[in-house]
Design a protein around this ligand. Structure first.
Ligand code: TYM
Length: 332
């Protein structure tokens, strides 16, 4: 089976619809045909100020949401990044191969550091994409399924892998980004030209996976659309409506055309109401299963430990080769 790897930051107490549609839906599908590794990027989550207790809780909660959304921890390897020391170790080696200017060009760093103020941003935030490259390259994956916002980081990963290979000999597989065009970007309901994001200022435009149905319904009913009132898919002229149609299509498994055809005669209100129902039907069972899993944190921790062992076995092998290739003296 071809291998794949992906991960998310456990930086909020719930994932959102963008994470679900942009990542989890395809992970769930791809785990059937791939040897899949999915992890919780807790080392990435500390590149911005974090509350220690919240991070610990959110890491378990995010793991529970992966499983509740359909990731099978016995078929796929689902683990916590910090449980596999090789991530930080390989990141160090890759740091030495990355140009300062190259790192400075990463748009996510520019965005996030602008938010905090350049001076306040940590060096960890600056080297974030290099840790991400290490996450990926350790597992020699063929594919990395992510949303559009991660494309630049995958490009850097490919560059670093190629650079290492040409300098020290074939070591890393060059991974391909796996980005579905239709789902690559889910937008904020209140600001439909910005991506739905955990770090948005207001949460009115974010549907959380763990929202109660009444709460998600309210957010959908209040979603920003446009004044002309005609149901058709037009990303440029009607970004709000296009986003709702995309979400509808992805969650119901129907084509956008099919959804448009059903609601073309009616107003936005009818479409929104139906969408709120589709969301409740999709997220209801995920929410229930997540809460159930969180009722038994010891079992969840046990699963994560078993999976971390599997991940460590693969990661350590790659790291040993890397250390050898760059000339580090082996400890006998
Ligand atoms: P993160 O935690 O921000 O997001 C997790 C995944 O969700 C996707 N995503 C979206 N997709 C569509 N629409 C949206 N509005 C939306 N928001 C988020 C992201 O593209 C991502 O696939 N740096 C990564 C975590 C990471 C990682 C890795 C990913 C660390 N190491 C190695 C892959 C491979 C991140 O912050 O994702």
């Amino acid at each position: 089976k071809p291998r794949l790897l992906s991960g998310m930051q456990p930086s909020a107490d719930s994932l959102h619809l963008g994470n679900y549609i942009g990542a989890l839906l395809s992970w769930k599908e791809l785990q059937q045909s791939h040897d899949a590794f999915f992890f919780l990027a807790d080392l990435h989550a500390i590149t911005v100020p974090q509350d220690p207790e919240a991070l610990r809780t959110n890491t378990r909660r995010t793991a529970a949401q992966y499983i509740a959304a359909g990731i099978d921890p016995s078929a796929s390897t689902l683990f916590v990044q910090s449980h596999v020391p090789a991530h930080a170790e390989l990141a160090w080696v890759l740091n030495t191969l990355t140009g300062f200017g190259e790192a400075a060009r990463m748009t996510q760093f520019k965005d996030k550091s602008a938010k905090q103020g350049q001076e306040a941003a940590s060096v960890g935030l600056f080297t974030y994409p290099i840790l991400q490259a290490a996450d990926i390259l350790l597992y020699q994956p063929h594919e990395v399924p992510v949303g559009e916002d991660q494309r630049q980081h995958i490009e850097l990963t490919r560059d670093l892998a190629g650079r290492f290979n040409s300098r020290f000999g074939e070591t890393f597989r060059i991974p391909r980004p796996y980005i579905l065009k239709e789902t690559a970007k889910i937008f904020d309901l209140q600001n439909p030209t910005a991506k739905m994001s955990k770090s948005s200022e207001s949460t009115a435009g974010i549907v959380w996976l763990l929202d109660e149905p009444a709460v998600s319904a309210k957010k959908i009913m209040r979603a920003v659309t446009d004044a002309d009132g005609e149901v058709r898919f037009d990303r440029e002229a009607k970004p709000g409506l296009a986003n709702l149609l995309t979400v509808f299509s992805m969650l119901s498994g129907r084509s956008v055309d099919d959804v448009v055809a059903e609601f073309a005669g009616g107003g936005y209100g009818t479409l929104k109401k139906a969408l709120a129902e589709v969301i409740a039907e999709t997220l209801g069972p995920i929410r229930a299963r997540t809460l159930e899993l969180l009722d038994d944190p010891a079992e969840l921790d046990r699963l994560l430990a078993v999976n971390a062992d599997r991940a460590n076995a693969v990661a350590e092998e790659t790291l040993a080769t890397v250390y050898d290739r760059v000339g580090l003296l082996p400890r006998r």
